[in-house]
Design a protein around this ligand. Structure first.
Ligand code: SAH
Length: 398
């Protein structure tokens, strides 16, 4: 039985929560009043003990939980979860009906009314990601609600909430008939190999769908393409299918070689005609400069933080330097696709990084396109700050 505790919200945070701001910040409460275990329901009250809403206790980044309802009479039970999931599914009707795209996000946490949990769809398979022990404590009713709401081949899960928010190595199968992997999903007609039970990542980041489409349709034909932090080479596949003369994929992780070969192969692209380098991106930049290599299209999609033996990289600090390295090896009139999923800063600051990098290299530029999260990654309507993805297509002018 889930316990419910009353919790007072500091004055400055009460107003936004009343209006539906979904995150309960650490600074909004007296954390000493929190129970020992995550998962309790929180009856949120203002300083006059008036009801604000019901949330749950689950630690995630700067939050101690999420608001679930501002209706004092609404029970947080299977009916509640089923209602939210059903609405989210209805909202993705165009995706479910599109045979060219069989992988997308069905439920995007706070954007669909339950922070701390996301659900992705992979051609009949559902994958639930849990971001705190608090929300995970509701898993039984949520799985009941989900399995009664959708037709599924199987459900898998990713737990992403140990002390560092890291994935916990586990068997990710939950229920249904286990799939065979790789599962081949479609995205705008391209094939992607996906593994749902093989570690933290599945092989494809679904939030970049529109960017991959743009790269294939408008930026690759007859171009040389460098894809840095390439992981399974998803951007390289889009570029190759868009007619790139050649793609070069660079990632420091050993697994990236086999994974990239797999993604090319399921699209009938001869991987031997492409370059796949397992190396540190920063070493690759030096190598390219030494050999005077230049590219028409350079994709930058680093993790928010990265540490290799020699280099620590943080997008919030080092993005201008990364851009300067990229500018050096981009052809005149070429395009740099600068991407970051770091939620700690917004588009304005990101564009500041871009401006700084070009100013410091004395090169003019033009922003030609911008992307945030795609439609299936729903963001709370009044709170665009939950749209963490920032992708800018920049043309190097001289
Ligand atoms: N662009 C990819 C996703 C990138 S995930 C896609 O579209 O699918 C981040 C990747 O950066 C990981 O695969 C990680 O191995 C790699 N990485 C981290 N630090 C790196 C470094 N210094 N050099 C090269 N790759 C790095």
């Amino acid at each position: 039985m889930t316990q419910t505790i009353a919790l007072q919200i500091n004055n400055q945070f009460a107003g936004p929560l009343k209006k539906g701001y979904p995150l309960i910040s650490k600074d909004a409460v007296d954390t000493r009043k929190l129970p020992a275990e995550e998962g309790a329901l929180l009856r949120l009250l203002d300083i006059h003990n008036r009801f604000i809403g019901t949330g749950y206790y689950g630690i995630q980044n700067k939050g101690i939980g999420w608001l679930l309802s501002t209706d004092a009479n609404e029970e947080i039970d299977k009916t509640f979860f089923a209602k939210k999931i059903k609405k989210a599914v209805q909202n993705r009707e165009v995706f479910f009906n599109n045979p060219d795209t069989t992988a997308f996000r069905v439920f995007n946490g706070e954007g669909d009314g339950i922070g701390g949990m996301t659900i992705d769809f992979f051609d009949g398979y559902y994958m639930v990601s849990w971001y705190s022990a608090g929300i995970y404590s509701f898993k039984e009713v949520i799985y009941e609600a989900l399995s009664e709401t959708v037709n599924f081949k199987a459900i898998y899960e990713k737990k992403r909430f140990d002390s560092k928010g890291q994935y916990i190595e586990q068997d990710d199968f939950v229920m249904g008939t286990p799939g065979e992997f790789p599962l081949i999903v479609k995205e705008n007609g391209m094939n992607y190999a996906v593994h749902l039970n093989d570690g933290a990542m599945t092989g494809i980041f679904l939030d970049q769908r529109d960017v991959r489409f743009a790269i294939r349709e408008r930026y690759s034909n007859a171009k040389t393409v460098l894809n840095t932090f390439s992981y399974t080479g998803a951007f390289s596949v889009a570029a190759a299918l868009g007619g790139a003369t050649k793609t070069t994929s660079v990632d420091v992780a050993k697994r990236s070689l086999a994974k990239t070969i797999e993604q090319f192969s399921v699209n009938q692209i001869d991987y031997e005609a492409q370059d796949i380098k397992v190396m540190d991106v920063f070493h690759y930049f030096k190598y390219a400069q030494r050999h005077q290599l230049k590219f028409d299209l350079v994709v930058l999609d680093p993790p928010s933080f990265a540490r290799t033996k020699q280099i620590t990289f943080s997008t919030a600090k080092d993005y201008p330097k990364l851009l300067k390295d990229a500018i050096e090896i981009t052809e005149k009139n070429g395009i740099i696709v600068a991407s970051t999923n770091n939620a700690s800063f917004g588009m304005k600051k990101f564009k500041g990084f871009i401006d700084q990098a070009f100013k410091e290299t004395n090169i003019r530029y033009k922003i030609v396109e911008e992307y945030g999260l795609p439609k299936d990654f729903r963001v709370p309507r009044e709170h665009p700050e939950f749209n963490y993805l920032k992708v800018v297509f920049i043309q190097k002018l001289n």
